[in-house]
Design a protein around this ligand. Structure first.
Ligand code: SAH
Length: 373
């Protein structure tokens, strides 16, 4: 979810039955119960079943563009990556091909098309899409209706048992999960929360009670007053669940997102609409809210769960090693059509998505180095 830097506020239009919009509902909730953690605010703003962003919007294209929507080669390469790792692991059967947060379903459509070249993998695999938004699940079903495979949808990863090797793809999924922030104050840390200001507008506030013993990983370094420690309990729980499954039953996961290596302190909470950055608190339900992914934490958690980790590696480097340029040349050969080339540059060049986005692979302990790493 990349955007420019102009910030124009949007008006909240997503009204509930009693004429109250989502922002007003959140303000009332805060009046009744006190400030919300940023994670609670994100849950309501993104996932409220009637007025949340994912329930009411098809963000792709209108608000932001993701890699599979930029180039068909992205999904093709990730699908073939799974098949190659499956080969390296001795072609286990049966297996499961899983995508977390599939958006419009484009990545899986491109992956399954490329995987027709490896029919043995498709024959061994059950395909499962994990999607919490009923509106997006419907879109995915429409897009994938013409695939001859049977595909299953679940709304929560806990519906997937660790009963076979799973090949898991998650692109721009972890960034959408709720985060909590803690600000360094004199006596320790204080949680940054969403409350209201003197005019009744949503505003960031600090929790009155400080936390003396917050477990900040040592890689972050020494914190000074005002530093922000960000953590996503939800993203950490997803990574742990996936890694445990891989450690016990085999398979692999490929996590791709904009993110950092978990050193230092930064406030990365951001909101985007119509391809430009917005004030995070301006219009809940109308704008996408996300945060950069802490790949340092993801790698540490996956290792602690008993899995091996490769990367994080920059997306540009990863896609180039997998042969994205050769595939683009193949697609454009003999045609006056250079769209694939422009899309590829956007994905790989370091001043666009190539360096900001990172790739982390999780495999079972002792696994052979996967392609691209
Ligand atoms: N992977 C897609 C879309 C990324 S947007 C792409 O690359 O284009 C994030 C996606 O994750 C959306 O489909 C959203 O509905 C879904 N999502 C967010 N939180 C989720 C959760 N807790 N469980 C399952 N899906 C979730």
């Amino acid at each position: 979810m990349l955007a420019g830097t102009n910030s124009n506020r949007m008006s909240a239009r997503n009204e509930s039955g009693n004429g109250e919009n989502l922002r007003e509902r959140i303000v009332r909730l805060i009046k009744q119960q006190g400030p919300l953690s940023i994670a609670q605010f994100m849950m309501v703003a993104l996932h409220d079943s009637t007025a949340g962003y994912y329930a009411t919007h098809d963000p792709f294209g209108a608000d932001f563009v993701t890699a599979p929507e930029i180039s068909q080669i992205f999904g093709e390469l990730l699908g073939l990556w799974c098949a190659q790792v499956w080969e390296d692991q001795g072609r286990p059967c049966p297996v499961r091909l899983v995508e977390l947060g599939p958006g419009r379903g484009t990545l899986m459509k491109d992956a399954l098309r490329a995987l027709r070249a490896v029919p043995e993998f498709l024959a061994a695999a059950e395909v499962v899409l994990v999607e919490s938004s009923p509106a997006l699940a419907k879109k995915q079903q429409q897009l994938l209706a013409h695939c001859l495979l049977s595909i299953r949808w679940v709304n929560d990863i806990s519906n997937l048992k660790h009963d076979r090797p799973q090949y898991v793809i998650a692109n721009e999924f972890l960034d959408a999960l709720p985060i909590r922030q803690y600000v360094r104050v004199n006596k320790g840390w204080s949680e940054r929360m969403v409350g209201t200001d003197a005019h009744g507008n949503l505003a960031f506030v600090l929790a009155p009670a400080g936390l003396p013993n917050l477990a900040v990983p040592p890689e972050r370094g020494e914190a000074k007053a005002g530093d922000v420690y960000e953590t996503s309990p939800s993203a950490n729980a997803f990574v742990e669940d996936i890694a445990r499954g891989i450690a016990s039953s085999g398979g692999a996961a490929l996590l791709i997102d904009y993110g950092h290596l978990g050193r230092g302190y930064a406030d990365t909470l951001q909101a985007i609409a119509k391809n430009s950055f917005q004030d995070v608190l301006s219009s809940p339900g109308e704008i996408d809210i996300s945060a950069h992914v802490d790949f340092g934490a993801a790698a540490r958690i996956a290792r602690a769960a008993g899995a091996d980790v490769f990367g994080p590696l920059e997306q540009g480097e990863f896609l180039l090693r997998l042969g994205i340029r050769a595939r683009a040349a193949q697609l454009t050969a003999g045609r006056a059509w250079d769209e694939p080339l422009a899309g590829v540059e956007r994905l790989v060049s370091s001043d666009q998505m190539g360096a900001l986005f990172k790739v982390l692979a999780i495999l079972s302990a002792g696994a052979r180095q996967p392609p691209g790493f």
